[in-house]
Write a protein that binds this ligand. Sequence first.
Ligand SMILES: Cc1ncc(COP(=O)(O)O)c(C=O)c1O
Length: 456
Amino acid sequence: MKPENLNDIVGSDRNHLWHHLSQHKPWQTTDPMVIVEGKGLRVKDHNGREYLDAVSGGVWTVNVGYGREEIADAVRDQILKMCYFANSAGNIPGAQFAEKLIDKMPGLSRVYYANSGSEANEKGFKLVRQLAALKNDGKKHKIIYRDRDYHGTTITTLSAGGQAQRKDQYGPFTPGFVEIPHCLAYRDPRGGDPDYGVQAAKDLEKVILAEDPDTIGSICMEPITAGGGVILPPEGYWETVQEICTRYGVLIHMDEVVCGMGRTGKWFGYQHYGVKPDMVTMAKGVASGYAAISVLATTEDLFNEFLAEPSDQMHYFRDISTFGGCAGGPAAALANMEIIERENLLDNVNQMGDYLMGRLNELMDKHEIIGEVRGKGLFVGAELVKDRKTREPVHESVAAAVVGDCLKQGVMIGRTNRSMPLYNNTLCLSPALICTRDDIDEIVSAIDVALGNLEA
Ligand SMILES: Cc1ncc(COP(=O)(O)O)c(C=O)c1O
């Protein structure tokens, strides 16, 4: 496309687009950014300026990097052959991807297609509500979620959202959702308890007992909290959660929308912790953004609860997602997964993740403002504080300034963004799973310069 056409595009964008998560006022005097092309980890904007994308499309999505011809070919071939049919019928890549996916998820066996993370989570919530109606006289309908977790943007997924600023002004919310505390050891209100993981998990039991176990259907949690500040479960946390859920007959719904498909160095985040989920939802990395696809995977036991004689007209999952029938989605997902396997990207994630953590820990020696670095694989956060001793968080504007400075240097990094009052102070890094040491050096050096500029 010629540069003059790009000027027109920027004009059309400014005049007609309503961007996500954005205040438009500044674009009355400056240009909005238009991303024009990408290859590997690099993207170019409308001015031809190149950036190293350390956040995989801004929100942990383009896991195998930009410009993958084989995914584009797979989608093109499939949509020419058969683009769409409602998923009450099957399609070829849908069946093939389901089988390949389930092979990576021992204990699970069924795949339900939708097209966004929020929607997949809603399916999980609907299963719980319907199961309560079918089996438990309407009891066991409540769904537990955790402070600082995020499960989506619809009113009901926001009802399960632990990020107050995301929810603010969008109520009233769907009833039957109950919050438990987060498990961020760095912000442990009990102050450095060595048994914090187990104690934090026991908060779940307290809430189940207070609400009445007979009313609790499931918990929905991120294995590692993403937009809530890259929160790793402390030692003993998931084991205790699992044990409590088994004791009280509470289904475990793992939201793998960010962690799924290799981001943390295993296929799924929960696989680091020996959890046995009843439901797993995934979206972003499933097709690395080459097609819109999300998945709810369940156990055969859960699936079997919905089997009945057809004469029982209401005893099946009466749910549909129109675009869950787009055959390009699973075609892209299949090609995406083949790339991760063929290029041994899980190994790369583990090696490069260690390298990235090491480099950020070095930065901690240099910059007092970094209170803590946490991460798993290529999913890393650095929490910024005013004072390491008191752990007082910096204002959101400080994290925003660091992100802005990195962008000026040609490196896109992320941050917790208008989510938790006081705690929008974590820088987030999630480069594509193909990243190299050189890429990481470039990312870390941009952050180093940006933190230095803050201190200057
Ligand atoms: C953990 C988690 N779950 C669910 C969602 C919602 O996904 P989507 O934006 O595709 O609806 C997100 C989005 O950021 C997420 O981070």
